[in-house]
Design a protein around this ligand. Structure first.
Ligand code: NCD
Length: 328
């Protein structure tokens, strides 16, 4: 029997920063996923204050150098629900960056005002890693170029796991053996890269589907199945995850035409008929409606896209709490 006051030892978080999913151990990913449900409950409080004091008195700075709606508001809300002070720092033409100040110098000056967590999105892959090595604030990567978007992968895995648990009526079900199909622009997608690392670490089977020009040549080494046939990709899928066609990151001519892409790769009622009836439909947003995903499917009964968004706040609360309260 365990003595009443004995401390139950569980996994602990030891990293200073969250820079990517690649290299995280399964236990670290599961620790984040297992920390999130208490924060889902905080956001769902109806009559009480939707806040906990875990980051009271700390300063969280959102520093976004690329457009963002969901991720930026989600981090800001997560910080506020943990009772932190938050600051949204503009980037680009309205700041000293336009006068030639380096990222390091800007951050050193911001840090002189005693920051605790810096959430950064940047068009250059590796920018958060470069800062993390030289600055003492906790750095969270909110998307670096085409490289990684770790909190998106975590909120996606959390959403999948919740649904699998509900479907199987097993509160301890894992993603082991679950079939996840990612469809679309894998090449330019940091969401895809982080999801592949996360899902493989959690034991899921990952299939990638898209035009040959949008699937990187070396991705098979990550232990994924690749197909260019949507029907083949959807058969047996527990989760169908559509990715946005990243027109802003593409050169010309990666597929013959948008019409051709839609014909071969769009997730709509007709193509989804090849997937099992209870397959989930997911998308990281923003959606190019009727390009990668038809409106009736995006808004349909199998879509959990808005649940992904709700879960995003809880996952980001979990990440910030673990970094600031138990990490280095
Ligand atoms: C994604 C991003 O910016 O990487 N969006 C998001 O953060 N939810 C996906 C995208 O832009 O396609």
């Amino acid at each position: 029997m365990t003595p009443r006051n004995a401390k139950v030892e569980g996994p602990v978080w030891t990293r200073k920063d969250l820079l990517g999913i690649e290299g995280l151990a399964r236990e670290e990913i599961e620790l984040i996923l297992d920390t999130a449900p208490q924060f889902v409950a905080v956001s769902q409080r109806e009559s009480r204050i939707k806040k906990v004091p875990l980051l009271q008195g700390r300063l969280v700075v959102n520093w976004f150098h690329e457009p963002s709606t969901r991720t930026r508001t989600s981090f800001e809300l997560a910080a506020k629900r943990l009772s932190a002070d938050t600051l949204s720092m503009a980037a680009g033409s309205s700041t000293s960056e336009s006068k030639g100040e380096t990222l390091h110098d800007t951050l050193a000056n911001i840090e002189a005002m005693h920051t605790d967590i810096i959430v950064i999105r940047h068009k250059c892959a590796g920018a958060p890693h470069m800062l993390a090595g030289r600055h003492k604030s906790h750095i969270i990567n909110a998307g670096d170029g085409r490289h990684e978007h770790p909190t998106q992968a975590l909120l996606d895995a959390f959403t999948m796991r919740e649904h699998i648990r509900r479907l199987r009526q097993d509160p301890a079900a894992t993603l082991d053996g679950v079939n996840v199909t990612l469809v679309g622009d894998i090449e330019h997608s940091r969401v895809a890269r982080s999801n592949i690392h996360c899902l493989r670490a959690l034991g899921a089977k990952v299939t990638l589907c898209g035009p040959r020009t949008l699937i990187p040549m070396d991705v098979a080494r990550l232990g994924v199945r690749i197909t260019h046939d949507l029907r083949d990709a959807l058969e047996g899928a527990d989760v169908v995850y559509a990715l946005r066609i990243q027109l802003e990151r593409q050169g010309a001519g990666l597929f013959p035409s948008l019409r051709e892409y839609i014909r071969l790769f769009r997730i709509d009622s007709a193509s989804l008929a090849h997937a099992p009836a209870d397959a989930l439909v997911m998308h990281p947003g923003p959606i190019n409606r009727d390009v990668e995903l038809s409106t009736e499917v995006a808004d349909g009964a199998r879509s959990v896209i808005l649940e992904q968004v709700s879960n995003g706040v809880a996952i980001r609360m979990a990440v910030m709490h673990l970094l600031a309260n138990s990490g280095r």
